[in-house]
Each structure stands twice: as structure tokens, then as C-alpha cells.
Design a protein around this ligand. Structure first.
Ligand code: SAJ
Length: 412
């Protein structure tokens, strides 16, 4: 069977390569010609363990070809982004990429073909797509569930949910995923599958919001939230997540809005989303407090990605924090050992911390955890004021204090 995968991003590219390595003839399609060429030449830069080896294997086997236009196939898989856009003070799903992908494959669809939507979408979207594709086309929603940083492992190991517009659609889709998924595959209807995906990411968002609220409360009453969470989690039925500078990425900070746009009952979800969205501002105020009285303060930002050990800066809390600091006329320099693209200039560690008055750690990269005494002393010797704010609780605070730093911890 031949498969056409539309959208070669963080999900489409690994999925297309995986299917090609499992014997399917796969055509990978992306409207971005530069990306298509980079995949062909093996020069694409995505920091995801094992991904580029998998892609090169698929291309070299001849089973994966990549191009900018779809072509006839038996199965189509849509893996395009669904960002959130402003909507009267809240946000809603921007389905424009999904619809343009749908329009681009429609001329190639034949009766009996199967279209799978992996993109995260609001409830009822799969049914509308089914209507658009017309009679005789099978349609299923198979939401992706992989964690960036562990994509190749989770693509194989995680259980999958498949929702069909009818039973046959779900069963046909299952056949495809069974070729490489070791986890269980559960079948349901399309709208349930859409809701399941949104509930997973909303569960995480609401729980992070709770951790962030605990951090604010603990700071107010003089308790270390990290210690309190660790102790609370000794309870067999408690598992509090970690506070931080905000929730970033293109999934958890976005998907809960797709529930909010569909229901006035989604009050807790909306409040949690807004609370997490306000964390960058909270961290910014913390920074302002710590550099109060210093003239023309220089802030050194360590880590601009949306989380540790990935290169993705989309929706990262750092972006908002840097913008706020710049609007206060602060000098801000950013260093990140993983990120390649960011909205603000990135520099090396030395120019980042030189003459700085405060370091702010915003991502839990391993490199930051591993600074040794000599490196910390060296950093300190170049700064104007030896102060560091740890929003992720990843530093060896004793060691930094031993090297003369004033260490400030979020939620303490
Ligand atoms: N974060 C916290 N505290 C925590 C955990 C995370 O502040 O305790 C922050 C992170 O720093 C980051 C954001 O939340 O900014 C999201 O990171 P994440 O690692 O929780 O999740 P993602 O966005 O990388 O991937 C999520 C995963 N969903 C769930 O775990 C329910 C993944 O399985 C999904 O496939 C992915 O979203 C997606 O594409 O939907």
C-alpha cells in the first residue's frame, strides 16, 4: 500500500520515515521547498535523538520520497500544525493548514481511500472533513501523543487512540499503525478521539497551573514550594507537577483553548490556561524586584527553548520574558546551547554573562545542571552583580552560593 503524508514537521517526518522503514511506499509532502530539499540532502537540522538517522535510512531505502505536491495514494495522513489564534479575548483553533492540506489532497482521492488526521483538532472537525471528502472515503482521527525529546521511543511504545467516522475507517487506520506501534491500539469514534487528545494535554496544563499557583502561595507565606511538593508527593495518591516560568511549546499551551472555544462550561480549563500564560509576567516581576536600585541593569537569560534539552523555542516563556524586560529598557542577552532560532539574538555564554547583574535560568537544560565550581567562579568573575534566579530548581544552589552568588529560587 502507498501512503502520502502531508506536513513534514515534528510528527509527519518521523511518522513518514517510520512507515517507510516498515515497508510502505511513502510520499512525504511539505509546502516548504527548503525543508523538502534539506530532507533530500540530509541537511535538515532537528535536534531529536535518532530522528535524522531514521529519516536518512528511509530516504536511502527508496521507500520515502519527499516533494512539495501530493500525489495519488491509498492512504493519506495529515500532520500539519493547528496553532491557536486570538478570538475576542480568548483563543481558538486555526484550522487553515488542515483545510488547505485537505484541499490539496482532494483531487487525488479515489473511492476506498483512507484519510487519517493526526493534527490536534477541536471536536467534530473530523466529521466535517469527512463531509468535505465525500462518499466512499474512509476518514479517521489518530492523534499523535509523542513527547518531544523522546519522539522515536514514544512513537513505537505509546498506546494509540483511533477514532473513525465509522467502524471500517477505524479498522483500516489500525492496520497501518499496527505495523510499527508496540503499544495497544484502542478504537473509538472520531469525536471521542478528538476529545481524548485535548483532555490529555488539558490534564497536564491544569496540573501545571496548580503547581504554579502553589509556587505563588508558598512564596507569599515563606515556604519552599519544591520541598513541599516533594513531600506531598510521598502520598500514594498525590502527584503534583513542577512550577516554572510558564507553559510553552505548540501543544499544551494551545490545545486547552480548543475545548474552551467549544464550551462555556470549560471554566477551570480557561482559568488554568490564563494562570500559566501569566507566569512569564510573574517571573518578570521577580527579576524587577531583584535588580531594583541597579542603574541600567543587564540581564543574562540562560535557556530560551520551551523546555529542557530540546531546540524548539515556539511559544517559549523566555520569549515573553525577554520582550517584557526589553520594554523596560533593560539590556538583555540570551544564551542557549540547544536553540538555533529565536525571536531575539542568541550569543555565547561569555558575552551573555559579561557585566550582567542577574542570570535568569528559564530552561532545564542538562548543561546548566552540570556547571562545576571552576565554571561558576569564572562566570561570577565576569559579572557585575553575582545574582542568579532559578525558575526550574535545577541548579546546585549550595555550590553557586559557595562561589559568592545570591541564589533566588522561584516559589521559595
Ligand atoms: N512544564 C512545567 N511543569 C511540569 C511539566 C512541564 O512547567 O511539571 C512545562 C514545560 O517546561 C513546557 C510545557 O510545560 O514548557 C510543556 O512540556 P511537556 O513536556 O509537558 O509537554 P510537550 O508540550 O513537550 O508534549 C506534550 C505531551 N503531552 C502530555 O504529556 C499529556 C506529549 O505527549 C504530546 O504528544 C504533546 O504535548 C503534543 O504534541 O500534544
Amino acid at each position: 500500500k502507498k501512503i502520502c503524508v502531508v506536513g513534514l514537521g515534528y510528527i509527519g517526518l518521523p511518522t513518514a520515515s517510520m512507515l517507510a522503514n516498515h515497508g510502505y511506499k511513502v510520499v512525504g509532502v511539505d509546502i516548504d521547498e527548503n525543508k523538502v530539499n534539506a530532507i533530500k540532502n540530509g541537511t535538515l537540522q532537528i535536534e531529536e535523538p535518532g530522528l535524522m538517522t531514521l529519516v536518512k535510512g528511509a530516504i536511502n531505502s527508496g521507500n520515502l520520497i519527499v516533494k512539495t505536491e501530493p500525489e495519488e495514494a491509498d492512504i493519506f495522513i495529515i500532520c500539519v500544525p493547528t496553532p491557536a489564534v486570538e478570538n475576542n479575548g480568548t483563543k481558538k483553533c486555526d484550522l487553515s493548514y488542515v483545510w488547505s492540506a485537505a484541499r490539496s489532497i482532494k483531487p487525488y482521492l479515489k473511492k476506498g481511500n483512507l484519510v487519517i488526521i493526526e493534527s490536534t483538532i477541536p471536536p467534530n472537525t473530523t466529521n466535517k472533513l469527512h463531509e468535505f471528502f465525500g462518499e466512499g472515503i474512509y476518514v479517521a482521527h489518530c492523534p499523535e501523543r509523542v513527547l518531544p525529546g523522546r519522539i522515536l521511543i514514544e512513537l513505537v511504545e505509546n498506546d494509540r487512540i483511533i477514532g473513525g467516522v465509522d467502524k471500517k475507517s477505524a479498522e483500516l487506520a489500525k492496520e497501518i499503525y499496527q505495523s510499527f506501534v508496540d503499544g495497544n491500539i484502542y478504537l473509538t469514534d472520531a469525536t471521542t478521539a478528538e476529545m481524548v487528545k485535548l483532555m490529555e494535554n488539558t490534564f497536564r496544563d491544569v496540573n501545571i497551573a496548580l503547581a504554579n499557583e502553589f509556587a505563588k502561595v508558598c512564596e507569599e507565606i515563606g515556604v519552599n514550594v519544591w520541598e513541599a511538593i516533594e513531600l506531598a508527593n510521598k502520598h500514594p495518591r498525590v502527584n503534583i507537577l513542577k512550577p516554572g516560568p510558564g507553559v510553552g511549546g505548540h501543544c499544551i499551551s494551545i490545545d486547552p483553548w480548543f475545548i474552551v472555544e467549544k464550551s462555556k462550561n470549560a471554566k477551570l480549563i480557561k482559568t488554568a490556561r490564563e494562570l500559566n500564560d501569566k507566569m512569564p509576567e510573574y517571573v518578570c516581576n521577580l527579576i524587577l524586584r531583584e535588580v531594583e536600585g541597579i542603574e541600567n541593569p543587564k540581564i543574562a537569560i540562560l535557556g530560551v527553548t520551551y523546555k529542557g534539552n530540546v531546540d524548539d523555542t515556539r511559544e517559549s516563556p523566555a520569549k515573553k520574558i525577554v520582550a517584557m524586560l526589553i520594554s523596560k529598557n533593560f539590556t538583555v542577552k540570551c544564551y542557549d546551547p540547544h536553540a538555533k532560532v529565536f525571536d531575539y539574538e542568541l550569543c555565547d555564554l561569555r558575552s551573555c554573562i559579561e557585566n550582567a547583574d542577574c542570570i535568569v535560568v528559564l530552561a532545564d537544560h542538562n548543561e546548566f545542571k552540570d556547571f562545576n565550581e571552576e565554571e561558576i567562579k569564572n562566570i561570577g568573575s565576569k559579572m557585575r552583580t553575582k545574582k542568579i534566579i532559578d525558575t526550574k530548581n535545577i541548579l546546585n544552589h549550595e555550590l553557586w552560593e559557595k562561589c559568592g552568588f545570591d541564589v533566588v529560587l522561584l516559589g521559595d
